[in-house]
Design a protein around this ligand. Structure first.
Ligand SMILES: Nc1ncnc2c1ncn2[C@@H]1O[C@H](COP(=O)(O)OP(=O)(O)OP(=O)(O)O)[C@@H](O)[C@H]1O
Length: 508
């Protein structure tokens, strides 16, 4: 026991442990950094990027790190690259780690919700901001446990550096044993030092997992919110104050001859639509008729084959001749559009509180000061009746509350036009009422709205104009009275079918 304790505190062994930690930290940092870019490249849509990266990962994952280390140590000098044993071992461990980290990070990125990425793009987030503020914080929760295992595995792999002469912990233990033959106390003490190091790593992993845990985030958010002064600084929102005569008001959105195809199948066919300031336009149509595609196209979220979309002279997703903008120009193009959107499945950022969700566009796209963003966001939450839920995370809200946060998020950015993509179809009937009520109040303010829905009664109550789509074409449009007197047989059949389904649902 005395020998064991002596070697457990033996400076010579701890100096070896420091070398092992240096190898660990260097290899892990390089592995994560390079692995992150490899993870992105391995999901590239270009095969000439994807295939070489996948091959690299395949080769490194499929061969022993010891072999790689010996190869690197002996091959680099052939090319005139002479490194110390420590640098060679560090390089070999790091290169091996890049492959494993790339796969762990790729798994984390793929586990994040695509709707949330699409929402970030719709709001005008750049790709980098989408990564930093939406994808990575959520991917981290999936990545951390696996990365913790990987780190402990790497700590143990540092012992392989001894084969090229790095005098780290294992090699030092062997050196002592070769002189005093005290196998058990020396080797057990070395093992004890590895255990102490891996316990510290496990502690770090536990802390990080706790830090990124959603309940912990909610607790911190509540504590932060409680510390803030009562919001005397609520901003007045720049919503339109009056209702325009929607028959004569100037157009704010002009969709001209829009054609969209998915895999060669026409989904929108030469669709043209003009929306005037303050108008509430309701899109109706069977499932698959192209309503969502039209709304997404307005925000340049779908590739279009021809046509233009403009909001008061600002062309969305193309130049004035309909030539598509390069992907790198789309975020700024969307950010300038003054168009907000509310999604069918809410697409709230899961890792952010209701308040942070509502602040997100103001902070990340509009570059607002945090205090101003907070005040505007609180104002928007008040408008939808959720000021008391500011510190709640999405998973702590009901479906109806989530959707009202989604509406507040779009409203806080003070859009000229608000798009609603079937905002109530993911909700239970009793929750539909609260969201419909919120939209009705908004319609009274005079904000321009385009709403895709299957709810005919709601359409009749809120619309200035009803637009009926079938198979991607605009078949009929007119005032809400066309819901009682459709002009085309297609619209009449659709209404008959929807009204029958509604009656059946009410009787059920
Ligand atoms: N990403 C996609 N890839 C391929 N096809 C798609 C894609 N998105 C939509 N489509 C197709 O485009 C057509 C129109 O879909 P869209 O979602 O716009 O219809 P919708 O009227 O909004 O339907 P719903 O009322 O069910 O939401 C459908 O045939 C759909 O299968």
């Amino acid at each position: 026991m005395d020998d064991f304790l002596k070697y457990l505190t033996f400076p010579y062994l701890w100096e070896g442990a420091v070398i092992a930690v240096q190898l660990l930290v260097g290899a892990l940092a390089g592995g994560i950094l390079i692995g992150f870019f490899l993870a992105l490249a391995s999901t590239s849509k270009h095969w000439f990027i994807r295939v070489p990266v996948k091959t690299y990962i395949y080769l490194l994952r499929g061969t022993p790190v010891l072999l790689q280390l010996i190869l690197l140590y002996n091959v680099l000098p052939e090319f005139g690259l002479r490194f110390s044993p420590f640098t060679s071992a560090l390089l070999a461990l790091m290169i091996n780690e890049t492959a494993f980290c790339a796969e762990i990070i790729r798994g984390g990125i793929m586990s994040t919700d695509r709707d949330q990425s699409m929402a970030a793009q719709a709001f005008g987030y750049s790709r980098t901001k989408e990564m930093i503020h939406v994808v990575i914080p959520q991917a981290l929760r999936a990545i951390l446990p696996t990365m913790g295992n990987e780190t402990v595995g790497l700590l143990k792999s540092t012992s392989l550096a001894s084969v090229v002469g790095v005098n780290e912990l294992t090699m030092r233990g062997q050196a002592i044993v070769s002189q005093n033959f005290l196998f058990i106390p020396v080797l057990v003490a070395s093992g004890g030092i590895y255990l102490i190091l891996s316990t510290l790593l496990a502690g770090g992993q536990w802390w990080l997992e706790k830090f990124y845990n959603l309940d912990e985030r909610a607790r911190r958010a509540r504590a932060r919110l409680a510390k803030l002064p009562p919001e005397a600084d609520v901003m007045s929102m720049q919503l339109p104050k009056r209702r325009w005569d929607t028959q004569t008001a100037a157009p704010v959105l002009e969709v001209d001859n829009l054609c969209v195809e998915y895999a060669g199948k026409a989904v929108l066919k030469s669709l043209s639509l003009t929306v005037r300031r303050g108008e509430v336009v309701v899109l109706l149509g069977r499932s698959g008729s192209g309503k969502s595609t039209l709304l997404k196209s307005i925000l340049a979220l779908t590739p279009r084959s021809s046509g233009t979309i403009q909001t008061e002279g600002h062309f969305m997703g193309s130049d004035e001749n309909g030539r598509p903008l390069a992907a790198r120009h789309l975020p700024a193009n969307r950010a300038k559009s003054g168009i907000g959107i509310v999604f069918q499945h809410f697409a709230l950022f899961d890792h952010l509180t209701a308040l942070e969700n509502v602040m997100s566009i103001l902070l990340r796209v509009q570059g607002a000061q945090p205090e101003i963003a907070r005040a505007k966001a609180m104002r928007a939450l008040k408008m939808v009746g959720l000021q008391d839920f500011a510190a709640s995370l999405p998973h702590e809200l009901s479906g109806g509350q989530k959707q009202r946060v989604g509406i507040a998020r779009a409203l806080a950015a003070e859009p000229q036009i608000l798009l609603f993509d079937e905002p109530t179809s993911a909700l239970d009937p009793e929750l539909v009422r609260e969201v419909n009520q919120t939209m009705r109040s908004l319609a009274q303010t005079g904000i321009t709205m385009i709403i895709s829905t299957h709810d005919i009664a709601f359409a009749a109550g809120v619309a200035d104009r009803v637009v009926f789509l079938q198979n991607g074409a605009l078949i009929e449009e007119g005032p809400p009275s066309i819901l009682q007197n459709p002009k085309t047989p297609a619209f009449a059949t659709f209404l008959e079918h929807e009204n029958a389904a509604e009656a059946q649902h009410a009787n059920a």
